[in-house]
Write a protein that binds this ligand. Structure first.
Ligand SMILES: C[S@@+](CC[C@H](N)C(=O)[O-])C[C@H]1O[C@@H](n2cnc3c(N)ncnc32)[C@H](O)[C@@H]1O
Length: 256
């Protein structure tokens, strides 16, 4: 695809194998095209590796942080389970939201390797009282059992999958964790963007089919009680409607 941007004539011309279309540079369509490209460039430049939350690095695009905040405030889960801890910034984010909302919410973080300096920093953080760390592969039966033990009966649960993003692993995680998710809450298969960044310098051609979005689609096709649905924006005084995100096709909502 070619994009020709002309700021003088205020047009954007998109050229693809199917043909050419000219758009007003200030149209929603042009904004979406430029945003998609910006997300690709940002992914390659590791833009999401430049942020921290209350002192801990979190590896997320800021818009995804805003959108998960909106969902957490709406759903008000009692427990958030996240696979993929890394430096712990996302666990601290969820804990800080529980603290700010004044709920009893707790966060369970699972990672195959919690490095000692990360564990220490998370355990010494003022919000650590809300966080349980479990070390091991997220799909190992004993690890899933440990997560289950920590979820009190009757809890409202949200699950975020942010560990190994191969289709196979995400599919296994969806099988292991979907039963924990409560009605009207979500299991979020993050980083579906891999499908769109297969052709960038840091990408991998296999990601076109080997990605979390593909796992989520197959899961939804087999589970009628889950639907892939971008959560509605609670506030929107624009004509925009599409998340600018590393998590396309990620939001699996439990219907019943
Ligand atoms: C993208 S990072 C997580 C980022 C973190 N959620 C954040 O927002 O800052 C992915 C993490 O998944 C972990 N991981 C990879 N394979 C895993 C597996 N099989 N089970 C659990 N964690 C795994 C890695 O060790 C790494 O820390």
């Amino acid at each position: 695809m070619k994009l020709h941007i002309d700021t003088d004539t205020k047009t954007l011309v998109q050229i693809t194998a199917e043909g050419e279309r000219s758009l007003s540079l200030y149209s929603v369509e042009a904004f979406d095209l430029v945003s998609d490209l910006w997300v690709k460039l940002g992914w390659n430049a590791k833009y999401s590796y430049t942020f921290s939350w209350l002192g801990r690095p979190l590896i997320q695009l800021p818009e995804d942080v805003m959108r998960i905040q909106e969902v957490i405030f709406k759903v008000k889960p009692d427990v958030i389970v996240e696979t993929g801890v890394a430096h712990g910034g996302s666990l601290i984010l969820y804990a800080s939201l529980f603290e700010a909302m004044g709920t009893m919410g707790r966060v369970i973080g699972v990672d195959i390797e919690i490095r000692p300096h990360n564990r220490r920093a998370i355990e010494e953080h003022p919000l650590s009282k809300r966080i349980d760390l479990i070390e091991g592969s997220s799909t190992a039966a004993e690890i899933v059992a440990q997560v289950k033990e920590r979820i009190p009966e009757g809890s409202k649960v949200l699950v975020i999958l942010d560990s190994d993003h191969s289709k196979r692993h995400v599919a296994d995680e969806l099988n292991c964790y979907h039963d924990f998710v409560t009605i009207d809450s979500y299991i979020v298969a993050t980083d579906g963007l891999m499908a769109m960044v297969s052709d960038v310098p840091r990408g991998n051609p296999e990601w076109i089919y080997d990605n979390p979005m593909a796992a989520a689609e197959e899961f939804a096709a087999k589970h009628a009680n889950f639907v892939i649905e971008q959560p509605a924006w609670p506030f929107n005084e624009s004509e925009l409607g599409k998340n600018i995100s590393h998590w396309p096709g990620a939001w699996l909502k439990r219907l019943e």
